[in-house]
Design a protein around this ligand. Structure first.
Ligand SMILES: Nc1nc2c([nH]c(=O)n2[C@H]2C[C@H](O)[C@@H](COP(=O)(O)OP(=O)(O)OP(=O)(O)O)O2)c(=O)[nH]1
Length: 148
C-alpha cells in the first residue's frame, strides 16, 4: 500500500525562494542563553535607530538558509546555524515579505559591522527597543523561545 508519509518532502528553507515574485527578506533570531540578538539599523535615514533582526534580501537563486548565513557573516562577523521558522510571514510596505528563522551562534562573537549597535534581549527586554514595524509581531512570537 502506498504510504504517503514516506514520500520525501522538500525542506522549504533549502529551496530557492519564489513566493509569487515577492522579495523575501530573511531575519535571524539568534538565541543564546535565553536572549535574542537585536540589531539597530544605521540606514536608510527613515529606518535608522530602529531595531531589527540581522538578515536581508534573499538573492535570486539563493536559498533562505544561505542568505541568512551570508548576511550574518557580512553584518556580524559570525557563523550561524539556521533552525525552524518563527511566526508568520509579515508583509512590508514595499511589497516584500519578512520571514524569521531561529538560529544558533556557531562561531564568533557578534559585532555591529553594519549596524549602530547589537544587543542581546531577554523576553522581558523585547519591548525596550523600537523595532521596525514589521518586526514587532515577530519579536512577540519569540517569547516562548526565550527561556533560561
Ligand atoms: N534585514 C532585515 N531587514 C528588515 C527587517 N525588518 C524590516 O522591515 N526590514 C526591511 C529593511 C529593508 O527595507 C529590507 C531589508 O533590506 P536590507 O538592507 O537589510 O537587506 P540587504 O542587505 O539584502 O539589502 P541591500 O543593501 O543589498 O539592498 O527589509 C529585519 O528584521 N531584518
Amino acid at each position: 500500500m502506498w504510504n504517503v508519509t514516506s514520500t520525501p518532502q522538500p525542506d522549504p528553507a533549502a529551496l530557492p525562494s519564489a513566493l509569487d515574485g515577492a522579495q523575501i527578506v530573511v531575519g535571524a533570531a539568534i538565541i543564546r542563553h535565553g536572549r535574542v540578538l537585536a540589531a539597530q539599523r544605521a540606514t536608510p535615514p527613515a529606518a535608522a535607530g530602529r531595531w531589527e533582526f540581522p538578515g536581508g534580501k534573499v538573492d535570486p537563486g539563493e536559498t533562505e538558509t544561505a542568505a541568512l548565513v551570508r548576511e550574518c557573516i557580512e553584518e556580524l562577523g559570525v557563523r550561524i546555524g539556521v533552525g525552524g521558522r518563527v511566526g508568520a510571514d509579515v508583509p512590508m510596505v514595499n511589497g516584500a515579505v519578512l520571514r524569521l528563522y531561529l538560529a544558533d551562534l556557531l562561531a564568533g562573537e557578534p559585532r555591529a559591522l553594519e549596524h549602530l549597535e547589537v544587543r542581546w534581549l531577554s523576553a522581558d527586554e523585547l519591548d525596550s527597543v523600537p523595532w521596525l514595524p514589521a518586526d514587532a509581531p515577530l519579536a512577540a512570537a519569540l517569547v516562548p523561545h526565550l527561556t533560561g
